[in-house]
Design a protein. Structure first.
Length: 308
């Protein structure tokens, strides 16, 4: 059993109130799987498409999000119900060899958080499983990172879930590809995630109402401030507790899409807790994001205008 299930109890304070809510980590039981299968979308938003092969990489070397297995099961359910995807779950660095990446239409990074302060997933994976010197590890880690960047730039899809934004957090090139790097997050709290443009095809799942849930409000740095992405969801900074820095125009984007070369990238910060997956709207949103990165769902992914 994952150690976080033995010890983890999350005490969450709702923003703006003194009422504490207690969310408990849990395993993806049969009853939970049945519920998710019942509420998950029955068909893809874009139908009559060829089945796409997806690599879901789910090996963390640092912070171990307890939702990793839940996300894996969710993606399997979406693939089974819609028939649009073929899911392959990977935990080994060998998945990032050039020849292996070529076998997939998209890669989903499912919270594979590396250790700090290095914040280099590929370095961690090599260091834990080889007897190479640090110099040799650094060379090979850089190669694997470049393999993934090249894979996307040549037309591959990349979907990053929540903590996956940290994967190569100190790499400027990786940050440019993903749209930003992780900076910090205040305590978990209730937040209302809103659509940037309610008419954008990728946010139709929320029907103009957004999503209220308990999560970590992620804040970003590096390429994030180039705004080289099309933002989809945001939270209003003045509705949150525990901010460390000022926020441009009170807007903190928590999900976006972008092009990188010939490829497509989708990032979704929601969510840290599996309880958020009880929302059918979020399940549809993630399905739509997956259809975007494989190229089936066409939409405006041009960069936004920088805030004045």
């Amino acid at each position: 059993m994952r150690k976080c299930f033995r010890t983890m109890m999350l005490f969450l304070l709702f923003a703006g109130t003194s009422q504490a809510q207690q969310l408990e980590a849990f395993e993806p039981t049969e009853s939970w799987l049945s519920k998710i299968e019942r509420i998950a979308p029955a068909r893809p938003r874009v139908g009559n498409v060829a089945k796409k092969k997806i690599l879901v990489f789910a090996k963390a070397t640092g912070f171990d999000h307890w939702t990793i297995p839940h996300n894996v099961e969710l993606l399997k359910i979406l693939a089974k119900k819609t028939g649009a995807f073929e899911i392959h779950v990977g935990y080994d660095i060998g998945n990032f060899e050039k020849k292996n990446l070529k076998a997939y239409d998209a890669v989903v990074l499912n919270n594979p958080n590396p250790k700090g302060p290095k914040r280099d997933l590929f370095w961690d994976l090599l260091q834990a499983n080889t007897s190479l010197t640090e110099k040799e590890i650094a060379i090979r880690a850089a190669k694997y990172e470049q393999n993934l960047i090249n894979y996307v730039s040549k037309g591959g899809g990349l979907m990053l879930l929540h903590g996956a934004i940290v994967v190569q957090n100190n790499s400027a090139e990786f940050s440019k590809m993903t749209g930003g790097s992780f900076d910090y997050h205040p305590k978990q709290q209730s937040m209302h995630v809103k659509e940037v443009d309610v008419d954008h095809p990728l946010v139709q799942a929320f029907k103009g109402k957004g999503l209220t849930h308990v999560d970590e409000p992620y804040f970003f740095k590096n390429a994030y401030f180039d705004y080289n992405f099309r933002p989809l969801l945001y939270i209003e900074a003045d509705k949150l507790e525990g901010l460390k820095k000022e926020v441009d125009n009170n807007i903190n984007y928590v999900s976006w899409i972008k092009r990188h070369g010939k490829g497509r990238v989708f990032y979704s910060s929601p969510s840290h807790n599996a309880q958020s997956l009880d929302n059918p709207e979020l399940l549809q949103y993630l399905l739509d994001g997956l259809q975007y990165v494989v190229g089936d769902l066409k939409c405006d992914d041009s960069p936004m205008e920088k805030p004045q």
